[in-house]
Design a protein around this ligand. Structure first.
Ligand code: ATP
Ligand code: MG
Length: 277
C-alpha cells in the first residue's frame, strides 16, 4: 500500500481554498481542470508546482456518466465557475483539461470537450478519470474505485498504467433511492438525509446492503487481478465506514483519502498543461 500523506495534504489544501475562496499569496503559472460529473461540476486551479490556487464546485444534473444531457446548462455552469474564479484570483483562465470515465464512446467524449471549449477554454486534453485520481494519490499499483453519482468505476493499475477498466451503474443516486424507499420520502429529502451528519449512524445501517452490492461489483471485477489495495474515491466514498464494508466484502484492503470527492477534479488539473493565467 502506498502512503497517502502527500495526496491528503494536497486535497486538504484544495478543500480549504474552495471553502475560504482565498488564493495563496504567491503562485506560478496555472493548470486548470474541469470535471463534468453526474452530480457535481468542479473547476480546479493549481499552479505549475501542483499547489492548489482556487476551485469552485456546483451540484448539477447536466452530464450523466460522461454523457452530456444538458449542453446549454453545462456550458452555463462552467462559464459561471470560470468567471467566479477569475474574479477571485484577478487572472483569466485560458486553458483547461477535462476528463471522462472509462468506457465512454468517442462521440460523447467530443461533446464533453465541446462544453469546455464553448465555456471559453482552450482544451489542453481529455484525460482518463482513474489516471487523474491515481496521480493525486501518488499510486502506481492497485485498484482505483470511483463511487460517484451515477456509477462505480473500477480501474486496475499496474506500474502506473491502467490495465483494466469497468463501469457499473451503481452510484450515489442508488444510495439515495434506497433511503427514499426505506423512509418513504422524496428523492430530494432522501439526499438530505443521506448527507446529514446527525443521522449518519442510522443511515449507515440502511445503506449496508447497497454498500455490499458495491463490494460485490468490485470483487467480481478484480478478484483475478492480483490487487492488494483498493483506493476509494468519488463522493459516495465519503460515507464514514464504507471502506470497512468494502474491505470485508472483497477481502482486500480498502483505503480512502481525506476527501474522496475532490480527488479526480484535482487530478484533472494536475494532468493539464500550464498556461492558465
Ligand atoms: N458525505 C457524503 N456522504 C454520502 N454521499 C455523498 C457525500 N458527499 C457526496 N456524496 C454523494 O456523492 C455523489 C457525487 O459524487 P461525485 O461528485 O464524485 O460524482 P460525480 O463525479 O458528479 O458523478 P460520476 O462520477 O458518477 O459521473 C452524490 O451521489 C452525492 O450524494
Ligand atoms: Mg466523477
Amino acid at each position: 500500500m502506498e502512503d497517502l500523506t502527500r495526496g491528503n495534504e494536497l486535497i486538504r489544501d484544495f478543500e480549504d481554498i474552495i471553502k475560504t475562496q482565498r488564493p495563496p499569496d504567491e503562485f506560478k503559472s496555472l493548470k486548470i481542470g474541469v470535471d463534468l460529473g453526474t452530480a457535481n461540476v468542479v473547476v480546479s486551479v493549481l499552479d505549475s508546482d501542483n499547489k492548489p490556487v482556487m476551485g469552485a464546485i456546483q451540484p448539477a444534473q447536466v452530464v450523466r456518466d460522461g454523457l452530456v444531457v444538458d449542453y446549454v446548462g453545462a456550458i452555463r455552469i462552467v462559464k459561471r465557475l470560470k468567471a467566479r474564479i477569475e474574479e477571485v484570483i484577478s487572472l483569466p483562465l485560458k486553458k483547461a483539461a477535462t476528463a471522462i470515465p472509462p468506457g465512454v464512446n468517442p462521440g460523447d467524449v467530443k461533446a464533453i470537450g465541446n462544453v469546455v471549449e464553448a465555456a471559453g477554454f482552450e482544451l489542453t486534453g481529455i484525460v482518463d478519470e482513474p489516471t487523474a485520481a491515481a496521480k493525486v494519490l501518488g499510486i502506481k499499483n492497485g485498484a482505483v474505485v470511483d463511487v460517484g453519482g451515477g456509477t462505480t468505476g473500477i480501474s486496475v493499475l499496474k506500474n502506473g498504467e491502467v490495465v483494466y477498466v469497468a463501469d457499473e451503474p451503481t452510484g450515489g443516486t442508488h444510495f439515495t433511492l434506497v433511503l427514499a424507499g426505506n423512509y418513504r420520502v422524496s428523492f430530494e429529502e432522501a439526499e438530505r438525509i443521506k448527507l446529514s451528519k446527525e443521522r449518519s449512524k442510522e443511515v449507515f445501517q440502511v445503506l449496508i446492503p447497497v454498500m455490499e452490492k458495491v463490494g460485490s461489483i468490485i470483487r467480481n471485477h478484480i478478484q483475478d487481478k492480483e490487487v492488494d489495495t483498493i483506493y476509494l474515491v468519488g463522493g459516495t466514498s465519503c460515507i464514514n465506514g464504507i471502506e470497512r464494508v468494502i474491505e470485508t466484502h472483497t477481502g482486500i484492503k480498502a483505503v480512502k483519502p481525506v476527501n474522496p470527492l475532490l480527488v479526480t477534479p484535482l487530478g484533472i488539473a494536475m494532468l493539464s498543461e500550464e498556461g492558465g493565467g
